[in-house]
Design a protein around this ligand. Structure first.
Ligand SMILES: NC(=O)c1ccc[n+]([C@@H]2O[C@H](COP(=O)([O-])OP(=O)(O)OC[C@H]3O[C@@H](n4cnc5c(N)ncnc54)[C@H](O)[C@@H]3O)[C@@H](O)[C@H]2O)c1
Ligand SMILES: CC(C)[C@H](C(=O)O)[C@@H](O)C(=O)O
Ligand SMILES: [Mg+2]
Length: 359
């Protein structure tokens, strides 16, 4: 392995289902951008998830973890699928690979930008007048705490339990990310909770309110998650930054993705303090379409773009990718999930090639 300090090292973990299909397209574009920018880089591939169970007997083999530890960022596809659903829960790809990666690398801040390309207004199930123009929402999701990780969790005979726990420090650090990003955007932060029922969420709301004093320019509101789910389809344009805990952020971000046309459009960045991050589409391995060459690679490509921006400070590269995608959509090319009347349907690899050509 080349350990030269000037070499950018990226762990590439395609995973399962559509993961390898969409990753191949992201890699083409990544290589072109790095070459054009004259960067020295190394993409180090590793097995993760179901394929790692099949090949190495564990969803997160030590060799893959070593690759990640020796890299400055992780580009991740998706893991899981029907083949591994019969395994004991703690051995399954999602719980045995993705969650430990998030925890091990302290990736507590998950940014999921739901931005509509104007060309895709008709691909959204929402009416044009509901979406409005320039829909641009950022979901800031806490990623290493809450009910995903709280102890105790387990089963005893006919009883099963998980624990929703947050400390003030955990809430403060993700709220800080929410406020800081709101400051760089339209200065509106909506914190989502369930403070009418859950004690941990009462504290969540208190901490967000305490911190609001440090950000007088940010207008802060609070919304119960059930109302937020409804408001997101009633009037999505009211939101700028949505701040939420781990599970609510998981649900709200999938919902937000559909406003932009498809889950296949929603990228994500999972960030630690500093520049390390894991970048993955918000959606999963899509077993229903895997192996057919029809998945939308845009979420994976945009996730790679977020990596260039957040881990390597290559902001222009991100804009370049965004512009290339926009150009291809202008040309009328669509994968099946974002197909509209009058457009030309293309597959995963063709979409990657078109974006590459439009760079
Ligand atoms: N980050 C991850 O690795 C991740 C995230 C979510 C789900 N999963 C796993 O994926 C598996 C399937 O889960 P699911 O079906 O609930 O969710 P999913 O996100 O895989 O799929 C939901 C729906 O969205 C569609 N979709 C998702 N990405 C798409 C794309 N790029 N292009 C076109 N359509 C796309 C799928 O075809 C499907 O109809 C499960 O094992 C789940 O645990 C993994
Ligand atoms: C696969 C699963 C563990 C994961 C999550 O719930 O965080 C996924 O749904 C996501 O949104 O990244
Ligand atoms: Mg999810």
């Amino acid at each position: 392995m080349n350990q030269d300090k000037s070499t950018i090292r990226i762990a590439v973990l395609p995973g399962d289902g559509i993961g390898p299909e969409v990753m191949a397209e992201a890699e083409k574009i990544l290589s072109k951008i790095m070459d054009d920018d004259g960067k020295t880089y190394e993409l180090i591939h590793g097995d993760v998830g179901g394929i790692a169970i099949d090949n190495h007997g564990s969803a997160l083999p030590g060799s893959t973890l070593d690759i990640c530890r020796n890299s400055q960022a992780i580009l991740f596809g998706s893991v899981g699928g029907p083949k591994w659903e019969g395994l004991p829960p703690e051995q399954q790809p999602e719980r045995a690979a993705l969650l430990p990666l998030r925890k091990t690398f302290g990736l507590y801040a998950n940014l999921r930008p739901a931005v509509i390309f104007p060309q895709l207004q008709d691909a959204s199930p929402l009416k044009n007048e509901v979406i409005g123009t320039n829909f641009d929402l950022l979901v800031v999701r806490e990623l290493t705490g809450g009910i995903y990780f709280g102890e105790p969790k387990g089963r005893e005979n006919d009883r099963a339990f998980d624990t929703l726990v947050y400390t003030k420090d955990e809430i403060r650090r993700i709220a800080r990310v929410g406020f800081e990003t709101a400051m760089k955007r339209n200065r509106k932060l909506c914190s989502i909770d369930k403070a009418n029922v859950l004690t941990s969420m009462v504290m969540w709301r208190e901490v967000v309110n305490e911190m609001a004093g440090d950000y007088p320019d940010v207008s802060v509101s609070h919304m119960y998650v059930d109302n937020a789910a409804m408001q997101l389809v009633k009037n999505p344009g009211q939101f700028d930054v949505i701040l939420c805990g781990n599970m609510f952020g998981d649900i709200i971000s999938d919902e937000a993705s559909m406003i932009t046309g498809s889950l296949g459009m929603l990228p994500s960045a999972s960030l630690a303090d500093g520049s390390f991050g894991l970048y993955e589409p918000s959606g999963g391995s899509a077993p229903d379409i895997a192996g057919q060459g029809i998945a939308n690679p845009i979420a994976q490509i945009l996730s790679m773009g977020m990596m260039l921006k957040y881990s390597f400070g290559m902001n222009e590269a991100y804009s370049r990718i965004f512009a290339a995608i926009s150009k291809v959509l202008d040309q009328g090319f669509r994968t099946g999930d974002i197909m509209s009347k009058g457009c030309t349907r293309i597959g995963t690899a063709e979409m990657g090639d078109k974006i590459l050509a439009a760079l």
